[in-house]
Design a protein around this ligand. Sequence first.
Ligand SMILES: Cc1ncc(COP(=O)(O)O)c(C=O)c1O
Length: 412
Amino acid sequence: MADRPLDLEFVRSFFPALNDSWAFMENAGGSLVPRTVIDRVHSYMTECQVQPAAAYRASQDATERMEAGHKAVCGMINADLDEVVIGPSTTRNVITLAAAIRGWFKPGDELIVTNLDHEANNGHWRRLEEFGVTIREWQVNPKTAELEIDSLKEMLSEKTRLVCFSHCSNIAGGVNPVRQIADLVHGVGGMVCVDGVAYAAHGTIDVKALDVDFYLMSLYKLYGPHLGVMYGKRELFLEAKGQYFYFHGEDDIPLKLNPGAPNHELTAGSVGIADYIEALAAHHIDEPANDFHGRMRQVYGLFAKQEEALSNRFLDYALAHPKLDVIGRATADHARRAPTFSFTIDGMSSQEVAKRLDAQGIACGAGDFYAPRVLKAVGIDPADGVVRCSMVHYNTVDEVDRLVKALDAIMP
Ligand SMILES: Cc1ncc(COP(=O)(O)O)c(C=O)c1O
């Protein structure tokens, strides 16, 4: 029996912040949170907000709920428990990782970063130049805002130690072929550190199948609480230098790579993301997979269809409009693009466009979204930046119509 298409009324009923008074299109900044997450955080704080790992009942309860959060997050990306650090944010996790592995590099080693990406998986790696590492920049094609594999191939050599890039751009929305890039980099003996923050709401992640060395995502962009998740291959985490207290042993992974105690209630609350996925699977999928990651892939298959419908509707309008210039791929194909649309309007400031859209009930962002390098590369002044309308599966085609109407009304 065919699985049902995404039941948007059911989906939207999980999100207390969603209602018809506005259209929320700043999901790439941070997605909304389902009540399954809110309930988990609330019940943790109500029932067991105590120091975990002590002998008394409430403390044991706290420990169990935090462990469940950690386990749920690992299940989302197919990682083992000791390979996943749940830290305060992706930015903080990269700072910690860069400090933990900086001793692996010697002067003359090459580290490649891009001019496409958010600064999180970028600037703190560039700082390793202070330790003699040579920083090289994999640059986008300025006409397309795309990273091209051929230019990476030209840069790779036996000097390449680490390549940092994104699974999906938070500006252009293009999906990069992570496994292909990881294979190329491994072929010269290097490692990859992949920023999956802008990807995780749209596509499932299997760190083993991708064969990534390090992988980053932020739960607040994945319908969860404000936390960052860092995966690392076990042997690499073991070799990395601990960044917590001296008495956490070097074999105490992942704890030694947490820059302090993990956030208790939010870690526990992360189970609510899995609760949400499970509820959607139970509602839509006739023959659910046996494991959580499999059910997540089934649910994300439904997300993909909905997101393609949103992209198609927006691109039909945007590509035909002479004054609107969208960055990135002119395709709704979900395997190649997320429904994150950054654009400029000829003759209008992006900041002004966002304000005028807000006046019509459309919440979107304007600026450089901490990725000013790519804006400069494609000839846009980061100070005014782009307008970004970013959608996820809970957005409706009606909301895109509303956006289109609002854009039409403000066009110069
Ligand atoms: C693609 C991308 N990477 C990294 C980050 C940084 O994540 P965090 O806020 O968890 O540090 C963001 C945040 O906007 C992002 O969009």
